[in-house]
Design a protein around this ligand. Sequence first.
Ligand SMILES: [Fe+2]
Length: 285
Amino acid sequence: MTRSIEVVPLGQALGAELRGIDASVPLTDDQRARIIAALDAHGVVVLRKQQLTPRQQVALCQKLGKMRVSFMNDLSVPGVPELTVVSNIVENGKPIGLVDAGALWHCDGSYLPNPDLYTVLHALEIPQRDGQTLGDTLFLSTCAAYDALPDALRKALDDAEAVHSLTHHIQKKLDNNFKAPPVKDPKPDVVHPAVRVHPNSGRRCLYLTEGHTKELVGFSPEQSAAILKQVAEHVKQPQFVYRHRWQEGDLLIWDNCSTQHLAITDYGTLRRRLHRAGIESGALA
Ligand SMILES: [Fe+2]
C-alpha cells in the first residue's frame, strides 16, 4: 500500500519536511512530482530517517534529473563518482572528503555556465556536543529576499548581470581562514543574470552570492562592491533564513535558484560525514 505524503513547513520563508517517502526504493512518478512541487514551494525539503546506500542515493537523484559528476574525483565515494564525500575526517593522514564546504553564502555551481539545479545531501555522521547537534546549515530564500528589495535596488538589479568565479571564491575562503582544496581544473569565470526567473514557480530570485559573485557587469568597481555588500546584508536577514539542524539519516534536497546556503563549521574535529550529489538539469514540473 502506498503511504500518504505529508508536507510540513519548517521555516517562515522556506524549508519543509516531506513525510511518507522511503528514498531507498525507486521513486514513483507521483512521489517525484510531490518532491519537485515541495521544492518549488519551499526551496529546501528534508526526508528524515533515510537509510540509503550510495547507489540508492544515486538512483533517487537520477529520477530528479541529470547528475553532475564532480570534478573533485579524489573526494568521491569509492566507486561512486556521482557522490562527493563532505567530511572533516582524516584517515591515514588524508582527508576523506571536502572540508569547510560551503563556509560562505552561495548557490551550488554558480561559477559554472550551467549551475546545479538541485543538491541532495545525505547525513551519515552528525557531530554533537553536550547533547547539542553541531554543523547546522543555514538557507535563505532568494525569492523572498528579492521581493523585499528596496525599489531602487530592485530596478538596478532587474536587468543586471554579474561575474561568478571559483577562483574568487577560493581566495575569499582562504582570506577568511577557511580551508580550500586546490582545484586541479580551475574554471573560467562566468556571467549570470543578477536576477533569475525560477523555471517552475516563475518567481524572481536574486542570484548574487557572498561566496562566488566577483562583480556586477557595467558598474564601477566601487559601485559594484557597494551594491554586492548591500545585497549580502539584505539577504541574510532572519525573516529570509531557515536553519537546518541535522539528524543522522536526513536526506536534504534544495533548489539552487530559489535558495542560498551556508555551512556552520562549529564542530572542530568531531566527526561529520555526508554524501553530496549535484543535479545539473531536468525535473521541471
Ligand atoms: Fe554548497
